[in-house]
Design a protein around this ligand. Structure first.
Ligand code: MG
Length: 509
């Protein structure tokens, strides 16, 4: 088995997995992933046909043109397209890494209001408690919610397309479940949890309940049992986290009826009641640029950044490693002749390095192997959070990559009302194709200098800034491939970017 993994690994570094999936690659925005699937699933219809984001409004000819690897056109919305907040958008396909653009994107304005039962929206997927369908029937009332999402697919575009069509609706639907708590924000005090976890509200000044603890009516000792004070902000965060999990479950369930290929990293931003909630599962990135200062709004989840979580999971549940991998990290592969010798190591409890005596168990293939963009979990995948990938297994084995690959996002919050933003203050959300070749600082400088030369009243200025950013990161095709102005290699990955003005709400009607 180890030799199989070694073969797979050397092929990965070389670029192509032996079973020929064109999605496997060792550098340039690689996620790896693949395997599994196939067989009967290929006969199933796709959940959604391949397409680009609806707001691009591509004709069939333009859709075809968008896949031109030789010219790599930068696609943007048309001038007459009005995205919420005058959001800027641009995308470009990779240089032949995959046939189709595996990135997807979504930008929507929705409304949150009290659930009125199952009659709302369509009956599709009702058994999942998901009130979503093919049509969105909103009457424009309720609390406005703005959503931006970038989805970086791997091993196919299926999961990325499904997530880009449904995740925002799942988040909206879950927020509708707590709409009664959101509807009066000015009076919204912290919420307390009762003994059984159900929420009730308290007077934030007095710290006393506004209503009786439903678990303990007329019970003067109710305060004694109070468990936690939960803010509305953390309730929204938890709602978004649960929507990601629900999205992942839904993809798994739908796979029994549809072909949904691969998996995807998901980066979503939700604006609700003056706050931006940025949820990230994968290696896409969001930054806020305020006064040309960079404020990171997400962290990447990779085998290296998540080493201790992965090692701990392998330590707690060794059966997940299929008797083929060791969760302990060494500076290099251990050889048979080193048995009994001392070697540097670190496990899930350690940030630094120590020494241990090598035993037979240590000869197994490392759970995490490789460095930087070539680091892989179980020689298979280069990201550790995302949606989909339920079939993903270690090459030629029955070892599943989940749950090492987790669908849980990290959510960060930015309070828009705490600062006076100018028209050049923006949030940039991009897939790793952007960040692999352009640093946060370079992105901030490029966007700031571009916007400073743009008419502040031009509704297209943020899309033009996004387009400029992509052309810089894609580069120009020369004899030795796509090159940046400094002659470094341009991004060979799909790139998707939103440039979102932080004053965008003022342009909403
Ligand atoms: Mg990518």
């Amino acid at each position: 088995m180890i030799s199989k993994v070694k073969n797979a690994m050397s092929s990965l570094v070389g670029g192509i997995m032996p079973h020929g999936s064109h999605h496997q690659h060792g550098s340039g925005g690689a996620h790896g992933g693949g395997g599994g699937g196939g067989g009967a699933a290929e006969a199933l219809p796709p959940r959604f046909a391949y397409s680009r984001p609806e707001f691009l409004d591509l004709t069939p000819e333009l859709l075809q043109y968008s896949t031109e690897h030789a010219s790599r056109p930068v696609l943007t919305p048309r001038r007459d397209t009005r995205l919420p907040w005058r959001t800027g958008y641009a995308e470009v396909i990779n240089a032949g890494k995959s046939m189709l653009n595996e990135d997807q994107a979504c930008c929507e304005r929705l409304f949150v209001k009290k659930s009125s039962g199952k009659q709302r929206n369509s009956v599709l997927l009702e058994d999942h408690g998901v009130r979503i369908g093919l049509g969105e029937h909103s009457d424009g009332t309720g609390i406005p919610l703005h959503f931006w999402g970038v989805f970086d697919g791997h091993a196919g575009s299926g999961a990325a397309i499904v997530a880009s069509r449904l995740l925002h609706r799942l988040i909206r639907d879950r927020l509708c479940d707590i709409a009664h708590l959101l509807e009066n924000p000015a009076q919204a005090p912290p919420i307390c949890l009762t003994k059984n976890g159900s929420p009730y509200q308290v007077d934030s000044k007095k710290g006393a309940p506004l209503e009786e603890d439903p678990d303990s009516p007329n019970d003067p000792s109710a305060h004694f049992y109070m468990e936690k004070t939960v803010t509305l902000e953390s309730l929204v965060m938890g709602t978004i986290e649960n929507a990601f999990k629900q999205m992942d479950d839904l993809i798994e369930k739908e796979k029994s009826s549809y072909s949904i290929s691969g998996g995807c990293c998901a980066l979503a931003a939700v604006h609700l009641m003056g706050k931006l909630y940025i949820a990230n599962a994968g290696d896409s990135r969001a930054i806020i640029i305020r006064n040309n200062e960079v404020i990171p709004m997400s962290s990447e989840f990779t085998p290296e950044t998540e080493r201790q979580r992965l090692q701990y999971l392998g330590f707690l549940r060794p059966e997940l490693l299929g008797n083929e991998f060791t969760p302990i990290e060494f500076p290099r592969r251990i050889q048979q002749k080193e048995l009994g010798k001392k070697m540097l190591f670190r496990d899930h409890t350690m940030t630094g390095w120590g020494y241990k005596t090598i035993v037979e168990e240590d000869l197994k293939f490392p759970l995490i192997y490789g460095e930087g963009k070539k680091a892989r979990v179980m020689a298979t995948i280069g990201v550790t959070r995302g949606l989909g990938d339920h079939d993903l297994k270690v090459y030629n084995s029955n070892i599943h990559i989940k749950p090492f690959l987790s669908c849980c996002p990290e959510v960060k919050v930015y309070n828009l009302t705490e600062y006076e933003h100018g028209p050049d203050d923006v949030m940039v959300m991009g897939t790793d194709g952007l960040w692999d070749v352009t640093t946060d600082r370079e992105v901030a400088d490029a966007v700031t200098s571009f916007l400073s030369c743009c008419d502040p009243n031009d509704s297209m200025r943020y899309t033009l800034a996004a387009q400029d950013l992509l052309m810089r990161s894609r580069g120009v095709l020369k004899e030795r491939g796509w090159r940046l102005p400094n002659d470094r290699l341009g991004s060979g990955d799909d790139i998707t970017v939103f440039v979102i003005p932080l004053v965008g709400l003022r342009w909403e009607t």
